[in-house]
Write a protein that binds this ligand. Sequence first.
Ligand code: ADP
Length: 502
Amino acid sequence: MSQTTETKETPYKPTSPNSKLDFASVWEYAPAPESSDHVEIKDQYQLFIDGKFVKPSKGRYFKSTNPATTEVITEFAEATQNDVDKAVKAARKAFKGEWSSLAPKTRGKYLYRIARMLQERSREFSVLESMDGGKPIRESRDVDVPLAAAHFFYYAGWADKLDYAFPGKTPEPLGVCGQIIPWNFPLLMLAWKIAPALACGNTVVLKPAETTSLTALKFAELVKDAGVPAGVINIVTGAGQTGAEIVNHKDIDKIAFTGSTGVGKLIQKSLAGTDKKFTLELGGKGALIVFEDAPIDQAVEGIINAIFFNQGHVCCAGSRLLVQEGVADLVTQKLKDRMETLIVGDPLDKNTDIGAINSSQQFETINSYLEIGVDEGADVYQSKCSIPENGYFIRPTLLANVAQSNRVVQEEIFGPVLTVQTFRTADEAIDKANNTPFGLAGGVWTDKGSKIFKVGAGLRSGVVWANTYNKFDPTSPFGGYKESGVGREGGLHGLSAYVKLK
Ligand code: ADP
């Protein structure tokens, strides 16, 4: 466990008469660490190709660290062109052979089996997810792993009902799908990608992100134990170059990518002129619109969840607060009060609200945005909590006094940093909310249903939550407008991305 620095010298005092919480005395919690004794982490992991763990052709490996301690926890194989080619060949062989001709009901049974095994091993998966990626155990245990299992359950149900999903048409699988996923929800993004692909009869070559490959390889062990036919699921590890080998492989029928808008644009360029299908789920800069008639305490909880969930490493994070002028001071003060109660620290401690920033690189990116904010004239407010001495941690942060044109308002920071702006009318809120290159998600808090409909219709965002935020469900489609991506994942829409309709 990490050590903590003592920064209790100035106990926080609420400054507004509207503040109800009393922080005059320091709150302390006894540590409640989740045990990691039951998890096995090997010293080295191989590639998972054609149902076997195989060494990388060039014999190269890269190290993976625990971002909360900066200790190396294991190393992963670096897949090169030759390895990606082997994985694609295995996936093609499985597609032409057993898998696509299997009775849909039997395909569904494999998916159900995977879902149940994920549930059975959920403790192991959640601890590994938190150790490898830095997210609080409460989130990996209560969100990531259960939702990953839920996706397999949901798509298992569709496997033998595709004719009902596309009435009047004959759905056919696409073939071999190349899938590239990011580091913010490693197991969950894997489930988003693999479950619908398999339900529709495709085979896959998946690449997890280089800083968070551990649960994907544990998942490969589970796939073996579940007896999924060899070659149906192949997992290759590596960095951007390995991803590019997948994108450019001639025998891949579809690319599914979740990651940054920059890499998404590169992928789209590489795919131009080919007949590969693709879905891209990219960045976001979600707006949280709070009206004067909103249930304010509920809105404050929603904002806290929208920006600080998973350290703000969420593409649909609500990272821009737009608050109506009449309640701006009240909401800001309540937000600051609530931020003081957030515990930043050891991801394996069950009390922790905000864990470690995923990597040194992301830590530097977020800090550089804080500097940009200061240079742009923002007022920076950070909670005064103690943070561990080692590892990559950032206190929850508000940037007030910002302008619409500021980089911190326009660009995705992907960290626990919220900008605060005000508005007077609903139209102004909608204009400001839409005025970024992104359009993935947004939230609105108001007592009036009519305002919810007006704002919901006005926002150019794939998802709009009303009086809540970050609610996910496998039955519900997810995806972006503008530079936030192309295509939808989840729900019925998620199936159509993996079939040809005749
Ligand atoms: P982030 O900025 O969130 O780290 P990236 O878009 O860089 O997100 O990474 C998301 C995934 O895309 C990772 O698995 C990464 O290895 C992969 N990736 C990075 N560069 C490329 C590329 N040029 N082609 C294909 N995949 C890539």
